[in-house]
Design a protein around this ligand. Sequence first.
Ligand code: FES
Length: 677
Amino acid sequence: MPGLPKHLVIFQPSGRRGEVPEGTPLLDAARDLGVEIESICGGQQTCGKCKVLVEEGEFQKYGIRSSSDHLSPTGETERAYWERRKHGDSRYRLSCAACVQGPLVITVPEESQARKQIIRKSATERVIEMDPAVRQYYTNVTPSTLGDERGDWELLQAALRDRFGLTGLRIDLPTLQTLQDVQRAGKWGVTASVWNDQEVIRVQPGYAEGAYGLAVDIGTTTVVAHLCDLRTGAVLATEAMMNPQVPFGEDILSRISYAQTNKDGLARMNGTIVDGLNKLATRATRRADLVPDDISDVVLVGNTVMHHIVLGVSPVHIGGSPFTLATYDPVNVKARDLGLTAINQGAWVHVLPCEAGYVGADNVAVLLAEEPHRQDDVVLVIDIGTNGEILLGNKEHLLSASSPTGPAFEGAQITHGMRAAPGAVERVRIDPKTLIPRFRVIGDERWSDEMPPGEIQAAGICGSGIIEVVAELFARGIVLPSGKFNLATPSPNFRPNERVGEYVLATADQTSTGHEIVITQNDIRAVQLAKAALYAGAKLLMAHRGVDRVNRVILAGAFGSYISKEQAMLIGLFPDCDLDKVYAVGNAAGDGARIALLNRAKRNEAREAARWVEYVETAVEMEFQDEFVAALNFPHTRDHFPHLDGLLPPASLSQPSTDDREARRRARKARVRIKSS
Ligand code: FES
């Protein structure tokens, strides 16, 4: 539609975005941008499968205000559809009917997504000593007789004291409200669930067995819940979802900004995450064949911003120096006070402590899971997410830092980036002779050169694919150590456009959109900035700790479990280390939450460790800038990587490194961009 004004439209949770000509139906705009929405009736406005939600408010990160008014008015057919459904929320629209008339942030609900997101997080097997906060006690209560002045609660207290030595107990009010009926229904045999030897939170008639808990990791992008048996420690169900706050901003700084610039911003983000937690709890409970009342304990972890938002505390003060939290201590709060309605209403939620402004309860959970504070070896733990968190040290001295990597490793800020979902390129190899790529997409075991192009249906490239393709481009000399394309690359897939160049990873006939998937110079820069932030953070901690090498590297984070450690080191994501001593451990924060759920002593250990770890504020360190500049090159400007012998391209040994002045300019720009991202 030449001549028509264009408007920025962002589709969440995929994050795909683009300028869309005015008047384009949302369904078409989504397809053009590679977002697949169900449309069973083919746009007749009758099936409702294409429904989407308009997010209202200011989105500073994108520089737009999104509003339902930025869509064409609801016509007769669409109105009739909503009336039939008795749907009162006017933010929902049929994407086949609503046309773009202004900038928009659109959420495609899970039921409307033709390609459901895959959240690749699963609990790993770990040995955990069982000592849960909630225990069940069965006892026979002696009924009162005439003249006995004790009520049912006093009788139960006496029975629990005499039989189990439990003293000083209190009872939760909703439990007290059911107590008399329960004791009589059980013919004075009763099972009491007791939290922390302090409070009776549930009573069941007769002998009952089965107490369960949820360990939840609220990530900026994904939320994962493990439902565990509090007696055996077994994980009975793991449920995951995209963080429903993604439409309010892809990273923590944009969520802070959303809370700052929208009057009801905090309430809306809190509402969506609480709603999401209830959904996860319901799904997990059903999968394990339990009822909500069976879930009697919860441990929550998350970065500091997620931590504040789920507690309904404004994250605004985390956003500015001195980056202060409302509390660093662990929090115990009743589930019902948080709005968690899909579990036992007497249950307590334990939120692990935070370390510093940008090192939250998720990092403390990683610490519990990986235990660097108990090791002799100097360990570097990198938790790769939208915000990278780093731990370095051993039992003598442990340091932590936060590194603003930005969302490049989650597929955002990359021209054809996407999150890990079917169709995302996740593995890449480039032939050393022909310099032609082959790749694998999520959802298909075959490599692209083993199947007809039309069957590949590549939709974009996810985080692990980005690392692989950049490492391969570097290893084959297509990208120089400075990060610039080698304009003399003799590959049919390389185009030296406008003196910067781009590399075609997937041709138009190999993709689901009919458009090429390319890697641009800007994409390489985004990877350089992200990896340099992590590397510089690690080096800074090494300097503080007084070591020039580490004995072990642990890559954590959902992304960490799918990362190729050779290729990650090839691009210089972390300092040189024996590759046999590099481990990808998956979602360590979720594992740490599970450990704290099953062993209450670990909650105390977490509190002490959070206070003991020395936090280093990278933003104020003079050396950070130097380390960052030096780390922009592949694999690094001055550091050596003896463990990459034979893997590094000859070019990396002979090519000049990034011009220092230019690198500094890029570093300054990067700092600004990272701060404002
Ligand atoms: S495609 Fe069926 S209602 Fe829109």
